[in-house]
Design a protein around this ligand. Sequence first.
Ligand SMILES: *Cc1c(COP(=O)(O)O)cnc(C)c1O
Length: 407
Amino acid sequence: MIRRNKGFANLTAGYLFPEINRRRREYLAAHPDAKIISLGIGNTTEPLPKYIAKAMADYSMALATPEGYSGYGDEQGLTELREKIAKVFYPGLVETEEVFISDGAKCDIARIQTLFGADVKIAVQDPAYPVYVDGSVITGAAGANNGNGYEGVTYMPCTPENNFFPDLSKVEPNSLIYFCSPNNPTGAVSTKEELKKLVDFANANGCIIIFDAAYREFIRDENLPKTIFEIEGARTCAIEINSYSKPAGFTGVRLGWSVVPKELCFEDGTPVIKDWNRVMTTLFNGASNVVQNGGLACMDAEGIKAMKSVIDYYLENAKVLKATFEGENFKKAGAVVYFTGNSPYLWVKFPGRKSWDVFDAILDKCHVVTTPGSGFGPAGESFVRISAFGHKEAVIEACERLKKFEF
Ligand SMILES: *Cc1c(COP(=O)(O)O)cnc(C)c1O
């Protein structure tokens, strides 16, 4: 018989979202009349801007004509889209050939892990988006979970005490550092000065940063950096991963991109972009041509305006939620809200309580689903993440109920 990949056995059971769904189902079974509202999952809810949907529909219909038909395209993506991404999102910072189009950021993160193999050391922010570590466990770069986390992984706590920017001194030389800003789940955005520290550290210690900028379009404070490539020195130490999922509502449509600068090299001098091109052409066969044309429409003046208005909608939800969690009843419950207005997530601390206990209490008393912070890493204990993705009416109804919350 074929031996099971050790990595799967090493993964500890109970992925966060299945457990949330289990508790929700169980609660509903006992309380069938409860009208549960979810502020839990980081999924978009608002319809696609018509302009963008129409571009995809038009392209689709053209595929049914001899002139409009196309088969396989370049695995790296449509040149026109790569150009537009370089020009619109990285003006003067990135070249067209350094942009690779994909089917989404999570998929790119998984493919990145094949690029570095099983021998690389890992450092992650704690709390963090789960795929960085779980994917590393599957590829073997991270080992078994010894109760304090996975072997081979350096956890970098990001807490209110350090203003959500980690102490880098514990990161081992030659590590792959996963870094997400604006952060999921904390919502924190690192400043230019902070990212400069990160870049300088990586360059001085032979590290490569995988910079996940999936929420860049939520940044409203113009002083905050939207890409790692705004930071001097990043071209020799960073890869950026991004996606249309959150800004354009492409969570189901699927489109993302990565940026690998030509200067970035492995220890033996091989440019990382050479191997990344090999990964993308060998293990991936290009993003859907229909969807890439939707991506092109996102980058027109009209598309950019439409994306901005959807994000504004979610940020309005976030403001309403912030006011609610800063209400008297939550103050009495000891809650402290962390939200800077530059992400769709509120990160709320309930000192002295367990995340799952807060989750259960809010579900029971308000019929509202949140996300327990401990599911994102040990430093997330005592926090819950509140997502602003949702229809406005549902968010307002949730807030009405939350105003009556008490322990
Ligand atoms: C949602 C999310 C992604 C998802 O990307 P897809 O492009 O939908 O695969 C990536 N990173 C973070 C931090 C996210 O929250």
